[in-house]
Design a binder for this molecule. Structure first.
Ligand code: NDP
Length: 236
């Protein structure tokens, strides 16, 4: 069981890409990190990698689209820690490369919403009791996208874009609901990052993609809440 002063962070989809790098950077800053991943082998391997580097890391099986998996993850978490300081809703899917809103497949839209919108909502709801026990003030960071910005939206991936706009609304809703609870809720556009999702031609390495997320998890003022960030600046 962690002591009251051990900072803890749970990152969903942390077996690869931006989530894995965020976990590494937070572990390097002294957090006990919880690697959320739906695939047991991949999640264990990512967590083991951090432990081998001398960091404190625990794997938690967590499929954000499955309410039972989320409840089980809460149970596993409670065996290791009594509070959560940082929750990062990073897991996400992009299925509709280059699709057309005029022919949008509603089943694909549903799947995208389950992972990118309902998932983060359920994870926040179920982990909220742990965040409420953070003595330093809880922080929730939802990993959104520039594709979700109404100010700069293009038509390239409509289901993904719509889901990330909705995630920004989810962020505002929780920020409002938790404003008297000392829990900050923000969302982030990490930029175009070289991962399986972003592809090999993306402009940013994962280290840079993780930067603003880690900043919001650590150095940003706790009073900042309900905002959408890119490169440590508020955007629309
Ligand atoms: P990756 O595809 O590399 O990683 C996505 C992660 O999410 C994987 O760990 C994946 O697990 C996990 N995941 C997907 N569905 C679920 C689920 N149902 N339950 C649990 N985990 C799940 O993508 P990135 O690292 O690039 O993306 C991370 C976040 O950043 C996403 O929310 C994405 O939308 C956002 N983003 C990324 C950008 C980019 O350019 N890369 C740009 C803007 C935003 P598994 O390995 O099992 O599939």
């Amino acid at each position: 069981m962690k002591t009251e002063h051990q900072r803890t962070a749970l990152i969903t989809g942390a077996n690869k890409g931006i989530g894995k790098e965020v976990a590494r950077q937070l572990a390097a800053r002294g957090f006990a990190v919880f690697i959320g991943a739906r695939d047991m082998a991949k999640g264990r391997a990512a967590s083991e990698e951090l432990c081998q580097q001398g960091y404190e890391s625990t794997f938690i099986q967590l499929d954000v689209t499955d309410p039972v998996s989320i409840k089980n993850a809460c149970g596993t978490f409670s065996q290791k820690a009594d509070h959560l300081d940082v929750l990062i809703n990073n897991a996400g899917v992009l299925e509709d490369h280059g699709e057309d809103i005029l022919k949008l497949n509603p089943e694909m839209l549903d799947r995208t919403f389950k992972a990118n919108v309902s998932g983060p909502i359920m994870v926040i709801q179920d982990f909220l009791p742990f965040l409420q026990k953070s003595v330093i003030g809880g922080r929730i960071i939802n990993v959104s996208s520039g594709a979700g910005s109404l100010a700069s939206m293009d038509t390239y991936a409509p289901a993904y874009s719509i889901s990330k706009t909705a995630l920004n609304a989810v962020t505002r809703q929780f920020a409002g609901a938790l404003k008297n609870e000392k829990i900050a809720v923000n969302c982030v556009d990490p930029g175009w990052v070289r991962t399986d999702m972003g592809g090999p031609h993306a402009s940013r390495p994962v280290e840079q993609g993780a930067e603003t997320i880690v900043w919001l998890a650590t150095d940003a003022s706790q009073v900042e809440t309900g905002k959408f960030w890119h490169d440590k600046r508020e955007v629309e």
